[in-house]
Design a protein around this ligand. Structure first.
Ligand SMILES: Cc1cc2nc3c(=O)[nH]c(=O)nc-3n(C[C@H](O)[C@H](O)[C@H](O)COP(=O)(O)O)c2cc1C
Length: 305
């Protein structure tokens, strides 16, 4: 059998393979470039960018818990100008699609940052974070209210021709509703899930461990929840889905693909094993070959009844 075809098409954006790195877990690219051949990734999703620079939350910002990590970074970033100046010249040197994760506090912020990225050479798509659990205003509100969600996605759609990917909040009860709303508002794809609101307490001091008190849980603990949400979302939409949540191996990624994801993104695993994404690419290829499957696309949503 020939080498399996790993190419994925996301509304006209072609990825060499279905394995991306998730926003906030891979910096802006240079941080990992000595450890991973960036050209072997399906895409790089950079950390969330707002119109202005943001300092983020007080430390501690992360805490390890059983089978996962709780983080409350607070969307620290250099802002649109800082990112474009500092990081885009570096990213343009690579043959890998760059997807910029964006966020704001108001609909106008989202419109502004989306519109400005349209003219930036080397940006292939926008992932819209409406689901960060770690800031007090904006973002989260949009992801947990269907009307606000539709308003922000429709507004961003008007401002950009780039591949538009709303990132859904992990709303267990209504994930299909948000997925369908994204499609209705002109999204090209959706990604899910973001980290799940969580908390850890030091019983000796009776204080919350994180400076922000609460944060978002990611890592192996959330994978089965994320797989279920991808499966639910896939029933609600025709646009491609990017599955995220606790992927550490090719088998993990394959679960998402069989549940209905056209591509996946590796998050927390990058912190412990930076080669995870490229290892997952090799593992998926191996699985396809072993099972006589010519194209990864044939596996998408192939869950047996
Ligand atoms: C430290 C950290 C920072 C993150 N920053 C962002 C971010 O800026 N924007 C965003 O949409 N998601 C952010 N995320 C969420 C991840 O992209 C991903 O959706 C989530 O961690 C679940 O995947 P995982 O279990 O593989 O990590 C962040 C996650 C972590 C752990």
């Amino acid at each position: 059998m020939n080498t399996p075809d790993l190419k994925v098409d996301i509304a006209g954006l072609t990825l060499k393979n279905p394995v991306m790195v998730a926003s906030g877990t891979f910096g802006y690219g240079p941080e990992y470039a000595d450890l991973v051949d960036l050209n072997r990734l399906g895409a790089i999703v950079v950390k969330g960018i707002s119109p202005w620079p943001t300092k983020g939350n007080e430390p501690p910002r992360t805490v390890e818990v059983a089978s996962g990590l709780i983080n409350a970074i607070g969307l620290q970033n250099p802002g649109f100008d800082g990112f474009v100046k500092e990081y885009m010249p570096f990213l343009r040197k690579y043959d890998v699609p760059v997807i910029v994760n964006i966020w704001g506090r108001t609909i106008e912020d989202y419109e502004e940052v989306a519109g400005r990225f349209d003219d930036v050479e080397g940006v292939a798509g926008l992932e819209v974070n409406v689901s960060c659990p770690n800031i007090k205003e904006g973002s989260c509100v949009f992801g947990s209210n269907p009307d606000m969600f539709k308003r922000v996605i429709a507004a961003v759609r008007k401002k950009t021709k780039l591949t538009l990917i709303p990132k859904l909040a992990p709303d267990i009860a209504a994930i299909g509703t948000y997925a369908a709303a994204a499609e209705e508002c002109g999204a090209d794809a959706i990604s899910l899930i973001n980290s799940i609101p969580a908390m850890a307490i030091d019983v000796e001091t009776r204080r919350a461990i994180l400076g922000n008190r609460t944060g978002g849980l990611s890592g192996p603990a959330i994978k089965p929840i994320a797989v279920k949400m991808v499966w639910e979302a896939a029933k609600a939409v025709k646009i491609p889905i990017i599955g995220i949540g606790g992927i550490y191996s090719a088998e993990d990624a394959l679960e998402f693909i069989i549940a209905g994801a056209s591509a996946v993104a590796i998050g927390t695993a990058n912190f412990t094993q930076p080669s995870t994404a490229v290892d997952v690419v090799a593992g998926i290829s191996n699985y396809l070959e072993r099972n006589g499957i010519a194209r990864v696309g044939q596996l998408v949503g192939s869950l047996e009844a």
